[in-house]
Design a protein around this ligand. Structure first.
Ligand code: ADP
Length: 599
């Protein structure tokens, strides 16, 4: 505060103004007082001369020889030097003998005035006494011109000493006045500049982000107004910044919630923003990417090329990026200009890897389906052609051919049925309406349809676990399809004399259904793939056994649609175990029309 230049400027102005006023006033007062003192002395001298003149009139008229002595007496009494000058200018009496001037006085101005009847004064340097003297001359007698003139003389020092005294007093008063001006000037300047200093401090705090500071000025003058305006500005600024911050938070939350990667750059290709999804696509290291050059942060040619082109041409560019990080991910991207002519651009990345994979799967599926359908169809056509070309001559051969045709037609039928099942499952988001289903009943029904095949292969069948009603939240038709496929595979891939075990169990929340066989088993590398469509461990064997390669794919789809899971454990040569887990239904919701458990 004390270093405030404006304080010192105001203070210096006050002091200078005070000093100028004091000097001016002092000078004028000095002049007035000195002039009046001199006039008083002059007036006194004339008055004294006027009083003396009549007392000398007789001596002058009579040309008395005592004139000289009288003059000296009077001079001693009044203390002034007295000179009597005749009308012709000759000095006829002089109180101070040593100064007796013989010369003619007729040219002295005070003498000339007195000779005209007007008492007058004059100031002159006296060569006789070597000092400045004040003279006052009055006519002696009433006649004009008078007979003689009486002149009194007074050393001028008396006047000067009066003046010096006045000057001293004024100097003292001036000095005190100046001191008062200095003190008052400082106090007033400080009072005026303190609110300004406070405002400067508040404004400085605003610049460093402390927007809660307030001046709280109480004065009603312009400075108070300025303080209140500054407070209002602070409040407004605080409110605006809060709004901007909130908007920014919302945008940030929005961007980080997006599954699309977003990168924004400015006109110089410096990164403004990278959202979480984009960070996951392009690892940017530990340092915050904001402010870094895009070329340094992302070493991906297509991205850099598209950004440069977008900034240069100010139009959107759509492009595709394949990541070279080993993941093989494919991204569809679009760079769009933002801001004005010198603005930047925003690039949005959309991961289309899954889409691409699905396209590949679909393509493979179509190829597989065509191939699977073509094989039995080609056989059918071959047999039919052979028969038409004369093969029907031999009845036994014809029968063999017809059986082959029938078996291939059956295969085609099985394939198409499975494909339709799959397509139905895939085309509906919720293909089943879930309700409590008696798992034991479904298993019993399914086993009933396989009993002949089991008996034909001399297999042992065992049903273990909870024999009572176990309720799963499922769909009866779907569950039947699952059990049928698992039992069909167990029978197909287990040699004659093997054992099949069906086990029903679970806990409070889930129901488990396990189908176990002592068959050929599945090698470990094939295990993760057996649920894929058309995947078969041994293609020839599957085909020979009438398999379509779609059974387990259908099982997996159905189980997923029933909100369950399926797991498999297998050991080649020893057998396999498929376990289906489904949510358990609460007994209270058991409908009365459920199929009864078979004994
Ligand atoms: P498929 O019609 O060929 O049986 P699936 O989809 O039902 O087709 O089964 C796919 C493949 O998984 C089968 O070809 C077979 O190699 C293998 N597999 C399925 N179940 C068993 C099992 N119980 N024992 C051995 N291998 C099995």
């Amino acid at each position: 505060m004390l270093r405030s230049p404006i304080l010192w400027k105001l203070f210096a102005t006050y002091v200078a103004l005070g000093a100028v006023c004091l000097v001016g006033a002092g000078y004028a007062t000095n002049r007035i007082l000195v002039d009046s003192a001199r006039r008083e002395v002059e007036h006194g001298l004339i008055e004294r001369a006027r009083a003396l003149a009549p007392t000398l009139e007789r001596d002058v008229i009579g040309d008395s020889p005592d004139l000289e002595a009288r003059v000296r007496d009077l001079a001693r009494t009044i203390g002034d030097r007295i000179t009597v000058i005749r009308a012709d200018g000759t000095v006829i009496a002089e109180s101070d003998r040593d100064l007796f001037e013989v010369g003619n006085h007729s040219n002295r101005p005070e003498f000339i005035a007195a000779m005209r009847g007007t008492p007058d004064t004059a100031m002159r340097h006296s060569a006789t006494v070597g000092r400045d003297l004040l003279y006052a001359a009055v006519p002696i007698g009433a006649a004009i011109p008078p007979l003689a003139v009486l002149r009194l003389a007074l050393p001028l020092e008396i006047v000067s000493s009066n003046a010096a005294h006045i000057r001293d007093v004024l100097l003292w008063a001036g000095s005190l006045g100046l001191l008062a001006a200095v003190v008052l000037g400082f106090v007033v300047a400080r009072r005026l500049t303190r609110p300004l200093a406070e405002m400067t401090e508040v404004a400085r705090r605003y610049t460093v982000g402390d927007l809660a500071s307030r001046v709280r000025a109480s004065s009603r003058d312009e400075i108070g107004e300025l303080g209140r305006a500054l407070d209002l500005m602070g409040e407004e600024l605080e409110r605006k910044i809060q709004t901007v911050e909130r908007d920014r938070e919302e945008t940030r939350a929005l961007l980080s919630a997006m599954i699309e990667g977003v990168i924004a750059v400015d006109g110089d290709e410096r990164i403004i923003l990278v959202n979480a999804a984009a960070r996951e696509i392009f690892p940017l290291g530990g340092t915050p990417p904001e402010g870094r050059s895009l070329t340094d942060a992302i070493r991906n040619e297509p991205v850099l090329r598209a950004v440069t082109a977008t900034l240069r041409e100010r139009r959107s560019h759509a492009f595709e990026v394949t990541l070279l990080d080993g993941s093989g991910r494919v991204l569809e991207a679009q760079a769009t200009p933002i801001g004005g002519a010198r603005g930047g651009c925003v690039v949005v990345f959309h991961d289309i890897s899954r889409l691409r994979r699905l396209e590949d799967v679909r393509r493979d599926f179509v190829a597989n389906v065509s191939h699977e359908l073509r094989t039995p169809l080609t056989s059918v056509m071959g047999y039919v052609e052979t028969l038409l070309a004369g093969g029907m001559v031999d009845g036994e051969t014809s029968r063999t051919f017809l059986r082959k045709i029938a078996s291939n037609a059956e295969r085609l039928h099985a394939l198409i049925t499975d494909l339709l099942s799959l397509s139905r499952l895939e085309s509906q988001a919720e293909p089943y309406r879930l309700a409590p289903v008696r798992v034991n009943a479904v298993v019993e029904k399914s086993l009933g349809s396989f009993r002949d095949r089991i008996a034909a292969k001399s297999m042992t069948l065992e049903v273990l676990g909870e024999r009572d009603d176990v309720l799963a939240l499922a769909d009866e038709g779907g569950l039947r399809q699952v059990v049928d496929n698992l039992l069909d595979n167990a029978i197909k891939y287990t040699p004659d004399g093997g054992r099949i075990t069906v086990e029903i169990g679970g806990d409070e929340r889930n129901v488990t259904l396990a189908v176990k066989d002592t068959g050929v088993g599945i090698p470990a590398p094939d295990l993760p793939r057996i649920f894929e469509r058309f995947y078969r461990v041994d293609r020839a064997r599957s085909r020979e056994l009438g398999g379509t390669g779609l059974g387990l794919a259908i099982v997996k789809h159905v189980v997923q649609a029933l909100h369950g899971t399926i797991e498999v454990a297998s050991e080649p040569g020893r057998g396999s175990r498929f376990v289906v887990t489904l949510p358990r239904a609460s007994g209270a919701s058991l409908p009365s029309n459920l199929p009864a458990t078979q004994p």
